[in-house]
Design a protein around this ligand. Structure first.
Ligand code: ADP
Ligand code: MG
Length: 340
């Protein structure tokens, strides 16, 4: 009689379980495949959404593309071109590195990929369903990669039923789109919703991107901030007090171009505005911190919105001082440490 009960899970099931970590909703798919396009060096990215991502999420990029073998490999779990050694983890410049996104997506959706490297004559088309490759064939294609994700959670009814209304899911998608667009003003983005062009964001400078995303009236309300030290650099904009809102929308931190949430750093900004704002209003800001990757740990959670960094206190103080200086220079607040 055999008493052994422990078995390895089949890949398809293991991936489906792992997918729960990475892919919560259509917006998670948008984040992962748009970030892949950024990592591929794309200068133009087109996002197409149907039925708030429940039937189609498609991303077309003009990035580096993949060879036939890489295209196939990219769908495997822990398959990545971005991390080779453990040391690389402390010098990350890419958005991805886990090699989990595509493997997770193919476990819970139908995925079609067309990809071509510029020097190759032909590209590759792959169709996958339930982690199984159904078709792989050469195809004529423009350089770059197009990934279409159809019928998310089609094989996980419980997850599909838990999706929220179209308007809620679409709001999450817009949130991701805006974060990535703000992190990369040098990239052109087009967003199509149900075949209608919803947003066209031509490549430009940061100020232009902020105005494209939030509206022309912000042009008058942006106060630039800027600081460079040997530990970090800070750039971006805070809104004048009249841009502040009661609701907590319009707060963006990016560390090394990665959107993060940080109530600690938010507190530093609030401190800088001090009594310039009425009670319970939140300043508008889009703030970019550049920190040596060795000093931060992005490896805390698959969705990577939280980050741990050394010298928290120091960064807090620099940030607050930098904003005060910016507000002082814009004559919004008397500044004791203004530069001449
Ligand atoms: P990660 O981004 O963590 O490496 P993914 O599962 O998101 O893992 O992607 C796996 C690999 O597939 C990437 O490392 C990259 O080499 C390749 N890849 C994915 N999307 C693209 C793309 N749009 N253009 C070129 N290569 C891509
Ligand atoms: Mg990725």
């Amino acid at each position: 009689m055999t008493d052994n009960l422990v078995q390895l899970l089949p890949d398809a099931i293991a991936n489906q379980i792992a997918a729960g970590e990475v892919i919560q909703r259509p917006a998670s798919v948008v984040k992962e495949i748009v970030e892949n396009a950024i990592d591929a060096g794309a200068s133009e990215i087109e996002l197409t959404i149907k039925d708030s991502g429940k039937t189609l999420i498609q991303v077309r990029d003009n990035g580096c593309g993949m060879s036939e073998t890489d295209a196939r490999m990219s769908l495997e779990r822990h398959a990545t071109s971005k991390l080779r050694t453990a040391d690389d983890l402390f010098a990350l410049r890419t958005m991805g590195f886990r090699g989990e996104a595509l493997a997770s997506i193919v476990a819970i959706a139908q995925l079609e990929m067309k990809t071509r490297r510029a020097p190759d004559d032909l590209g590759t088309r792959i169709l996958v369903e339930g982690s199984e490759v159904k078709i792989q064939e050469p195809v004529a294609a423009a350089p770059g990669t197009t990934i279409a994700v159809r019928n998310l959670f089609y094989n996980v009814p419980a997850r599909r039923n838990f999706l929220k209304s179209d308007s809620v899911e679409l709001r999450h998608i817009r949130d991701e789109f805006i974060r990535i667009a703000l992190a990369h003003p040098e990239v052109r983005f087009d967003l199509y919703l149900n075949d209608r062009l919803d947003q066209a964001l031509p490549a430009g400078r940061l100020r232009q991107r902020v105005v494209q995303v939030f509206g022309r009236k912000y042009d008058e309300m942006l106060v630039p901030i800027q600081e460079d030290t040997d530990v970090l650099s800070i750039t971006g904009f805070v809104g004048k007090p009249e841009a502040a809102r009661k609701s907590k929308v319009g707060q963006f931190f990016f560390i090394n171009n990665r959107f993060i949430k940080s109530s600690y750093l938010h507190h530093a900004v609030m401190g800088a505005f001090d009594d310039l704002l009425g009670k319970e209003t939140h300043p508008f800001y889009v703030i970019y911190l550049e920190i040596d990757p060795a000093r931060i740990d992005v490896n805390v959670h698959p969705t990577k919105q939280e980050i741990k960094f050394e010298d928290e206190r120091l960064i807090y103080n620099y940030l607050k001082a930098t904003i005060r200086q910016g507000l002082g220079r814009a004559s919004i607040m008397p500044s004791i440490d203004f530069e001449t």
